[in-house]
Design a protein around this ligand. Structure first.
Ligand code: MN
Length: 242
């Protein structure tokens, strides 16, 4: 599938004249290794977005209670639309009323390595994807397993995100990792990001020297969105909210 088709759902859900989220047009340098990011997202409900690079996009899951280091915990991970690779450097706030409105923090990032002999595409279509994470916070072996029966039937986008037993697993206290409330990219707390304070995140996908804007919070009078809005003919299209 061409990249534009893969990201059509991502783009259809968002109004880029109103959200500071990337539109996916920035060229991201290729990496010899597959990258991953986890974004802590304080939206209508707090969750953690797990994104695994594959074929030029991020395959994405919303982990509702966050990852657990205890292999006995099976964390619901709802598969969502593919995200552009430049999303992997996004930290800031999405305005209220927009899709996913709330604060986004870069909570973890690094590389992921598919495990076993199956190609990751096969693991995804089989609903059984085993991989190793080399992140700042999450390390070692993990699995995403697609649930056989969705309560609502049909779409089958519910998966479970589970830690495998290894030297990085914990017996009990699996949520202790979630106590980390600082961005791995900027050191900022959720509150600091929400108020646009502190230094901006150090980029990872875009290996440029200049850091991202620390005040990536919505201001209707400034920035790209305002310029695009000014350039747009007629009123902005209304988009559905999350
Ligand atoms: Mn999210």
């Amino acid at each position: 599938m061409p990249r534009s088709t893969k990201l059509s759902t991502y783009r259809a859900k968002r109004d880029f004249t109103k959200t500071p989220e990337p539109g996916g047009k920035n060229k991201i340098p290729a990496s010899p290794r597959l990258r991953f990011v986890i974004q802590k997202h304080d939206a209508s409900r707090l969750h953690y977005d797990l994104r695994l690079e594959l074929d030029g996009v991020f395959k994405s899951w919303a982990v509702t209670r966050g990852p657990s280091l205890d292999p006995r915990d099976k964390r619901l991970a709802v598969e969502v639309e593919d995200h552009p690779l430049d999303y992997g450097d996004f930290e800031g706030t999405i305005p209220k009323g927009q899709y996913g409105g709330g604060t986004v923090q870069l909570w973890d990032r690094g590389y992921w390595i598919p495990e076993g002999s199956k190609a990751p595409h096969e693991g995804l279509s089989d609903g059984d994807l085993k991989f190793t994470l080399e992140g700042k916070r999450l390390k070692g072996s993990w699995v995403l397993v697609r649930m056989k029966h969705d309560r609502m039937g049909g779409k089958r986008n519910n998966w479970l995100f589970i830690k495998h037993r290894d030297g990085h697993a914990l017996n009990g206290n699996g949520d202790s990792i979630l106590a980390e409330d600082r961005s791995i990219a900027s050191g900022r707390t959720m509150a600091a990001i929400a108020s646009g304070k502190g230094r901006g995140p150090t980029p990872f996908m875009q290996k440029e020297k200049r850091g991202a804007d620390p005040s990536a919070i919505w201001d209707s009078r400034k920035g790209l969105a305002a310029r695009e809005r000014a350039a747009a003919k007629g009123p902005a299209r209304k988009k559905a909210r999350a």
